[in-house]
Design a binder for this molecule. Structure first.
Ligand code: 5AD
Ligand code: FES
Length: 349
């Protein structure tokens, strides 16, 4: 255990650890060690971002998807999913409402839906950027050709989220149909970096067949890629997928990994995700208290929220959630953090 305290100190001062050290830390259940890990993660977070919480307004604009990932509720084969697409006007309405509520980043997230051609996405991005020049636009629309990523960037997109899902090739194959590959996913992430996006990767915690060694590989991949953002959340089963009967990931492990990621990449933008808030009523608070600094409240029209069900029991999909901004702000105040009206860019040091 004293050895693990040393590992944490070293993570804090050098932002690195070996495969063996990371594995031991992930396996550790000693409360003293975990409290120390969290304490240093929060210290680092506060030295870079203070007590500020950055908000991202999430606009889930299509749940059509050509992919068939085994874990995902909007996979192509799910015939029970009620499909929808938002028009450009509907998307702009979400931004208008979001802007008035103080959001300065809009995240356009959707399945891989070829209805939205490169030109359509560029047109939407250009419209948002011309109406709200002080806002950042983040895209989260999957794997594309490098030239498409370049076109979105030239149209004004600032950031791109593409979780790598797992950094282990064998594990990747167990989560995805044969035509998807980890190599291509990684290639996309490197293209996005080269183009100049602020890039986000990430993975699910406790996904089926995941081992501790896979998690260590995830951490080492993240360290190698050096993304500006890292999105992690617990796997939560969805009743209409092949993984319907699989166990969910845990809050404890997710929170522990958030702290380790904060120490590995001190400046990263690290959300306490909706999935974390779904497995525990105070999951997002706990994520922030472990080193997170971003929240991504839902800005999608309430009429479609229940249709963007990646996993069962997703929070913020009922009528009560029309104003996630206020809810989020209050929740953060209660734990001593302040939501800010800011683009919330990555801070280099
Ligand atoms: N549980 C948790 N997260 C999920 N995602 C997709 N399906 C699930 C699920 N069942 C995550 C994936 C994806 C992101 C948009 O949502 O990591 O990249
Ligand atoms: Fe959506 Fe609380 S953040 S209802």
């Amino acid at each position: 255990m004293s050895n693990l305290m040393e590992v944490i100190n070293q993570l804090y001062s050098t932002h690195s650890a070996t495969r063996e050290e990371l594995k031991e830390l992930i396996l550790c259940n000693d409360k003293k060690v975990l409290d120390y890990l969290k304490k240093l993660a929060v210290k680092v977070r506060e030295s870079v971002y203070g007590k500020d919480i950055y908000l991202r307004g999430l606009i889930e604009f299509t749940n059509y998807c050509k992919n068939d990932c085994y874990y995902c509720g909007i996979r192509k084969s799910n015939k029970n999913a009620i499909r929808y697409r938002l028009t450009k006007e509907e998307i702009l309405d979400c931004c208008k409402e979001g802007y008035e509520l103080g959001f300065r980043t809009f995240v356009l997230q959707g399945g891989e839906d070829s209805y939205y051609s490169c030109e359509k996405i560029c047109d939407i991005v250009r419209s948002i950027k011309s109406s709200y020049p002080d806002c950042a636009v983040t895209l989260s629309i999957g794997e594309k050709e490098r030239s498409e990523y370049q076109a979105y960037f030239d149209a004004g997109a600032d950031r791109y989220l593409l979780r790598h899902e797992t950094a282990d090739e064998t594990h990747y194959k167990k989560l995805h149909p044969p035509k998807m590959s980890l190599a291509h996913r990684k290639q996309c992430l490197y293209h996005l970096k080269e183009i100049g996006y602020q890039v986000g990767c990430g993975f699910m915690v406790g996904s089926p067949y995941q081992t501790v060694d896979h998690l260590v590989s995830d951490l080492l991949f993240i360290k190698e890629l050096e993304p500006e953002m890292v999105g992690i959340g617990p796997f939560i089963s969805h009743k209409d997928t092949p993984f319907a009967n699989c166990e969910n990931g845990t809050e404890e492990l997710t929170v522990k990994l958030l702290s380790i990621i904060r120490l590995l990449l001190p400046n990263c933008l690290l959300p306490a995700t909706t999935a974390l808030g779904t497995i525990d009523p105070f999951g997002r608070e706990h994520g922030i208290e472990a080193g997170g600094n971003v929240l991504m409240p839902n800005l999608s029209p309430t009429a479609v929220r229940k249709k963007y069900m990646l996993y069962d029991n997703k929070i913020c999909t009922g009528d009560e959630s029309a104003q996630c901004r206020q809810c989020t702000e209050l929740r953060m105040e209660k734990i001593g953090y302040q939501v800010v009206t800011d683009r919330g860019d990555f801070k280099r040091s």
